[in-house]
Design a protein around this ligand. Sequence first.
Ligand code: ADP
Ligand code: MG
Length: 459
Amino acid sequence: MQNTNNKFNQLKIPSTMVDTLSSLNYTEMTPIQAKSLPFILEGRDVIAKAKTGSGKTAAFGIGVLNKLNVKRFRIQTLILCPTRELADQVASELRRIARFTHNIKILTLCGGVPYNPQMHSLSHQAHIIVGTPGRILKHLKEDNFTPEHIETLVLDEADRMLDMGFSDDINEIISFIPKNRQTLLFSATFPEDIESLSRDILNNPQTIEVESTHEQSIIQQDFYKVEEYKKVNAVQKILNHSQASCVVIFCNTKIACNELADDLYDAGLSTLVLHSDLDQRERNETLVLFANKSYPILIATDVAARGLDIKDIDLVINYDLPHDNEVYIHRIGRTARAGAKGRAVNLVTNEIQFDELQEYLGTDIVEKEIDDLDNDKKYTIKSKYSTIFINGGKKSKVRAGDILGALTAGVGIDKSDIGKIDILDLCSYVAVKKGVEKKAFDGLANGKIKGKYFRVFLK
Ligand code: ADP
Ligand code: MG
């Protein structure tokens, strides 16, 4: 559907912001942005329901940043997210959109990270706080920041926050915030508990919805009938046929994730696993290694992977069909982000579940036989990059340019052989093309970055 009225310059926002958006290649508004932004910019309360990957962050982000008074160094916006990863993603998307204004301070406050440094950051004030409900409530209760200047409250992935049991925390947080605020609630699904929460905390809201199921034409969905004990073999066959290079496999349990990872490892495939048993450092590292293309396959549970915005996923495999049909929509929404083409392949072991899903999707689906996929395809899925871990990050003032310089000028690696560089607080990761990793590693191990020696490891 081409709609020529969906340009950002239709909105009442400064042209500098339109320019920034076009520098991010945001030329047209996504449907949820086109429908919600006029109301958001008017200052209305909004409930927006849209599938994952539809651009909800920029929808509220543009609204929030447009309203912000940078000269007033007070917390004006509070954004609640279900997990730290999502809060980090929201913060970085806001920073991208805010590139046109200097000195906007966005602080993340999440659980699972040390508390005292957060207190310290809060003492230096901020304009926008993004975080998880539990930790934000703790800071509020201990009087670490003043909520009385908050003008906008955003609940991102509200359904997920309620699923995770944050309902009481959210209500308590709201009791701290001024009543004459703008409240924006974003959710991919709209169960009864979200409706009652909205009734309680929103004021005459405008409800906006964009279609909830993915178009068959954008995500190609295949279903294979397979017996339980043949599922690992089925995954291998699917991978061999897929020509895919970036794959997420969903299992319903942590145990199933671990077992599948072990079985694929025995079959010669190294994978990454993401579930709630990992600590924060491991989760960060897993996401870095997947996003920088050092591993082509990520095996995950729903909780761990929900809402994550990893680009270029060309195939989602449902190793287990989810018990909830809406979860199915979320999972396959990991591929085909923002209009790209994607594929989802499903292993069906339970016909009743399959029938229910088919009914939910409202289409007749032809189930295929996994044995019809022949075994002799030549394609093997491989990672393009290897990652070198560097034991220094933001805190040691390491920047991406320093690592790039050390590798190119220092070690003599071609710039085109260097991939994504991620700088975290205490460490960094640099992806280098397979084949040059030994040279790159030896060079960094024996040379300096920014005049200092760092410990390095090949991941
Ligand atoms: P959601 O929160 O709805 O799951 P996100 O806000 O994470 O979706 O956006 C998904 C992706 O789409 C992100 O990579 C984002 O940068 C991109 N995106 C958002 N708005 C636009 C736009 N107007 N044009 C192009 N890409 C966009
Ligand atoms: Mg989102």
